[in-house]
Design a protein around this ligand. Sequence first.
Ligand code: UDP
Length: 328
Amino acid sequence: MKTILVAGGAGYIGSHMVALLVERGYDVVVADNLCTGHWQAVKGAQLRVGDVRDGAFLDRLFSEFPIDGVINFAAFSLVGESVADPLKYYGNNVAGAVSMLTAMKNHKVDKIVFSSTAATYGEPEKQPIEETDRTEPTNPYGATKLAIEGMLKWCDGAYGIRYAALRYFNAAGANTDVDIGEDHSPETHLIPIVLQAALGKRPHVGIFGEDYPTADGTCVRDYIHVRDLAQAHLLALEYLDRGGESGSFNLGSGDGFSVKEIIDTARKVTGKPIPAVVEPRRAGDPSVLIASNQKAREVLGWVPQRGLTEIIADAWTWHQGHPEGYGR
Ligand code: UDP
């Protein structure tokens, strides 16, 4: 297995995947339409600008390169936007996956690692969340990812395309070795927002609700270093290459931190005061989301290496070096 197609490889998690594959000696082809990705984030790989919904574009890629496996990150991922415009999400995420699987079937590529999400669970029935727990998404973003997981299962049965659907919890951090990091516009995620406040680019951080049934009243999430996430994808690809059985896997640390704990840790890491203001709850936020990562540990041999302080420290290095992100 030598040549890997990374769709969405110019995005935040995708570009960290590319960096790891390149470091490990893989040949990497990136397909990205650059609607949210950054060409500057693609280092050491071929970048082909195009849309995964464009079957002719994918046919050309699969004909040009001896692609052994696919890692698909290409998708929209804003929960609030998905509620306001579900067809945008079905039209891109689901149609993009149909197009990719069709090209894989036609070109006889039989392994895919697919970006899924903890949002497939909706309001969890228990903590930590296991893969076998109820999946009832509370927004169209999670629903599109769950729909694609279903499609993957049927495609395995019909065409023998094996898959690992990786359900991400809260990705954060950066790769300071190759100088890539998180740059979303607009930024909605907590850790980059906290660090933008540390840089003085925002007057304060809004804490979305202080009346949740948690120890300090703020939401608890499971933060995982983006480099550990990338490592899990590589292990999943190798697992499929060994003939491993298809399935879904949680990717989280197994630990939870509240919004206030994140802000406090960021104050320690940055040495900045980081003003915070309590604001109303954000619609659709479950109070606690913590992964059981036992399945990924046992089946893939994944062991996350980096804790919260390292996540925030690496993100801080990136934000300090790139206060405007990759530049517009
Ligand atoms: N959050 C917050 N202020 C912000 C952004 C996020 O209080 O400016 C909270 C959000 O309500 C959630 C947690 O931080 O409880 C993580 O949110 P994020 O959007 O980073 O990830 P999510 O868990 O929604 O995928």
